[in-house]
Design a binder for this molecule. Structure first.
Ligand SMILES: Cc1ncc(COP(=O)(O)O)c(C=O)c1O
Length: 379
């Protein structure tokens, strides 16, 4: 069996940099690079290989399904998490008494914007507050009622790294009889997801962060029982029951989650996404979660010792792979670290340090050392 140290050797960037920025974009593996090159080579040798490209789309769908312990028919392969959110929002029906959409103050912008855009169709959008960096469950309990259509929560908050307790949210939302959407982008590939355990209606995410590949491919999980009841108006020929029917006098959506897709899949990126997903499944998300948890314990102790202020919840069960540290000038801090060959990122006055399975203790120690040399930029 390969160790995490063996896997690290598949990522050439570590020859030059300490890359600890998977919340933004994963490090590039040899496998994903080769997949991109294979696409270009296939274009030269095979031309337009539609049969393989459509097969590849189905293979990617099956890999996303495996990752979430879902069925392939419950997965739509989209072009971004935002496209997944828009497809869901276009399917919501405000003709009944349920007009309220609940989002949270921890939402990624697109996730909240997708609902606010529905106000012209009669949607009422409310935000659950955060409490100690997490979603305030009491506030959610007050807001979720018989007028609620959908509650949307992030799995991991992109600003502070907080991890949502999805079963606790689900229990509150189901009591109100509403649907639940989880924006899993900051968790998928780093936090295990099992749709049977979660029992939610929609999950959105994409491929470029912990899933190791590229921009241009997102996914949407739709719970089997609600697929046929959902009628997305954001649609297209790849969403039809028969893609080859070339209908122009009707819209006959697929009986599967594919009805949430639209047009030609992002072919070059499917090559890369397939390679990235295979890699993640080989390493195993449970193994990734425990490897990264150990790195993050070391990081949290080190940051506290040098007087840094941790903005992520301290309890390891309450944060994802990303740990955030308050800064007086987060962009300047990211730049200073880059000069020291450490690649991290920032949002909302927080430095975001996001380890993956390819990071090790030496990376963590280098980050702590660099932060201690730049204390003037720590809040
Ligand atoms: C939690 C979360 N949701 C959604 C998005 C948006 O993803 P996309 O650009 O694929 O629409 C991001 C991007 O960083 C994110 O972190």
């Amino acid at each position: 069996m390969k160790s995490m140290a063996d896997y690290r050797e598949h990522f050439p960037i570590f020859e030059n940099k300490i890359y600890i920025n998977s919340c933004s974009y994963a490090a590039l593996s040899n496998e994903v690079e080769n997949a991109f090159l294979r696409y270009l080579k296939d274009r030269h040798t095979l031309g337009a290989d539609w049969i393989d490209w459509c097969d590849r789309l189905e293979r990617v769908r099956a890999l996303f399904a495996e990752l979430l312990s879902a069925k392939s028919d419950e997965i739509a392969v989209t072009t971004s998490a935002s496209a997944s959110l828009s497809a869901v929002s276009s399917s919501l029906d405000f003709s009944g008494p349920r007009k309220k959409i609940i989002t949270t103050d921890l939402a990624f912008p697109t996730e909240a914007q997708a609902w606010h855009a529905l106000k012209k169709h009669g949607a009422e959008v409310v935000h659950v507050k955060e409490k100690n960096g997490l979603i305030d469950l009491d506030d959610l309990t007050k807001l979720a009622d018989e007028r609620t259509l959908l509650v949307a929560v992030p799995l991991v908050c992109y600003r502070n790294g907080a991890l949502t307790d999805i079963p606790a949210i689900r229990n509150i939302v189901r009591k109100a009889g509403a649907m639940i959407l989880v924006d899993a982008y900051q968790g998928v590939g780093a936090v295990p997801i099992d749709v049977a355990e979660w029992d939610v209606d929609f999950i959105v995410g994409g491929s470029l962060k912990y899933l190791l590949s590229t921009a241009g491919v997102g996914f949407l999980y739709v719970r089997e029982a609600i697929i046929k009841k959902s009628q997305p108006t954001q649609t297209g020929w790849f969403a039809q029951e028969d893609i080859h029917a070339m209908l122009i006098h009707d819209n006959i959506p697929a009986g599967t989650a594919r009805r949430f897709e639209q047009g030609t899949p992002c072919v070059p990126n499917l090559y890369a996404v397939e390679a990235g997903l295979q890699f993640i499944l080989e390493v195993g998300v449970k193994n990734i979660r425990s490897h990264v948890a150990a790195l993050n314990e070391r990081l949290k102790v080190g940051v506290s010792k040098i007087g840094g202020k941790l903005m992520s919840p301290l309890n390891p069960d309450h944060h994802g792979a990303m740990i955030t540290v308050a800064s007086t000038d987060d962009y300047a801090l990211v730049e200073r670290l880059a000069k020291q060959n450490i690649i991290a990122s920032c949002r909302d006055s927080n430095l975001r340090i996001s380890a993956h399975f390819y990071n090790n203790n030496a990376d963590i120690d280098a980050v702590i050392e660099a932060l201690s040399e730049n204390k003037d930029l720590l809040a």
